[in-house]
Design a protein around this ligand. Structure first.
Ligand SMILES: [Zn+2]
Length: 327
């Protein structure tokens, strides 16, 4: 398994050298041309590097408390540092440490302070944990969690690099949450320590590596009707060739099944972007959720669309309505 992954990565490296000219399929061709019309510049080679590193066998499925997740954390921290993110609040480094069920765990948080509205915060997040390694069986035993949610963390890192370059009026807090798979544990812990009124929006990324049922150059948003966040994004995407749709899987209750929920429960208009056909995805929570099953162009174009779509919120021109949850 590991050997195959390395060979495949080497192969990808070779074709990546000429990736601007070569396209592997018709859908890739259509996707590549889409959001390029906008000003957003996201480097697909960096996207590939983040994804393949975080989803590699070396990370051993990124289960909280393991050496594998420690390696993933160090990669994310090094990227936060390279990009030039600040630490959050009173923290001395990027780790927000806590103990849950006797396991030492931590969220990873980096900050870009806003130029004119630094007390108004937008959070951009994804979870870096996954399910670990199968205790017994034959063949591949590692839950690599490439789509779930190395793809989302890849988005967080790429957006941090992008906004560092272009600037931001509101403060952006970039968070890689831990222990999402254990029940949104990391995001709940983060939520307990915040003044929710200061958080104007939450952008969560989950499983953004496959073409959705709506076709190429589309994504869907959970809890679309719960605030006007989605409508703001749709407005900003007009003319880009990329479209955002409401979550089509409402009976899956996805709004409450990802880290956006921990902030939404506090009133923050916090939603999850996804591109995956969750009702029929054969790799969801399987050891087959490998980087090779994902489309780098889908991830890259979705990251561009998120940057372009949330631009007016990041820059303080639009403020989404608050979420009200009656449970
Ligand atoms: Zn997930």
């Amino acid at each position: 398994m590991k050997k195959m992954t390395i060979l495949f990565a080497a192969f990808l490296l070779i074709i990546a050298c000429d990736s601007t000219k070569k396209v592997t399929s018709d859908s890739t061709k259509a996707i590549t041309s889409a959001v390029n019309k906008s000003i957003v510049d996201i480097d697909s080679a960096t996207v590939r590097k983040h994804l393949y590193t975080l989803a590699s066998d070396e990370m051993e499925g990124r289960k909280p408390g393991t050496e594998g997740i420690e390696k993933a954390a160090q990669y994310i921290e090094n990227e936060f540092y390279r990009i030039g993110l600040n630490t959050y609040g009173n923290l001395e480094d990027y780790r927000q440490r806590f103990v849950y069920k006797d396991i030492k765990m931590f969220n990873l948080i980096g900050v870009l302070e806003g130029k004119s509205k630094k007390d108004e915060i937008v959070i951009i997040s994804a979870h870096y944990d996954h399910l670990g390694v199968k205790s017994s069986g034959e063949g591949d035993l590692i839950y690599n969690g490439a789509n779930d949610d190395a793809s989302g963390v890849t988005g967080v890192l790429a957006l941090a690099e992008y906004f560092k370059k272009v600037g931001n009026e509101r403060t952006i807090v970039f968070v890689a949450f831990t222990a999402e798979e254990m029940g949104l544990v990391g995001s709940k812990h983060f939520g307990e320590g915040i003044d929710a009124a200061k958080f104007v929006a939450g952008i969560n990324l989950e499983m953004i590596g496959k073409v959705p049922s709506f076709g190429p150059n589309t994504a869907w948003l959970t809890g679309f009707e719960r605030s006007d966040f989605g409508k703001i994004v749709q407005k900003n995407l007009v003319g880009t060739g990329y479209q955002l749709f409401p979550d089509p899987y409402t009976n899956f209750n996805l709004f409450f099944r990802s880290d956006n929920a921990s902030l939404a429960r506090l009133g923050v208009p916090s939603h999850t972007f996804s591109t995956t056909q969750i009702d029929s995805d054969p790799d969801y929570h399987q050891v087959s959720d490998e980087a090779e099953t994902l489309d780098i162009a889908v991830i890259t174009e979705t990251i561009k669309a998120v940057a372009k779509g949330t631009e007016s919120i990041i820059n303080g021109k639009d403020t989404p309505t608050r979420v009200v949850i009656k449970e």
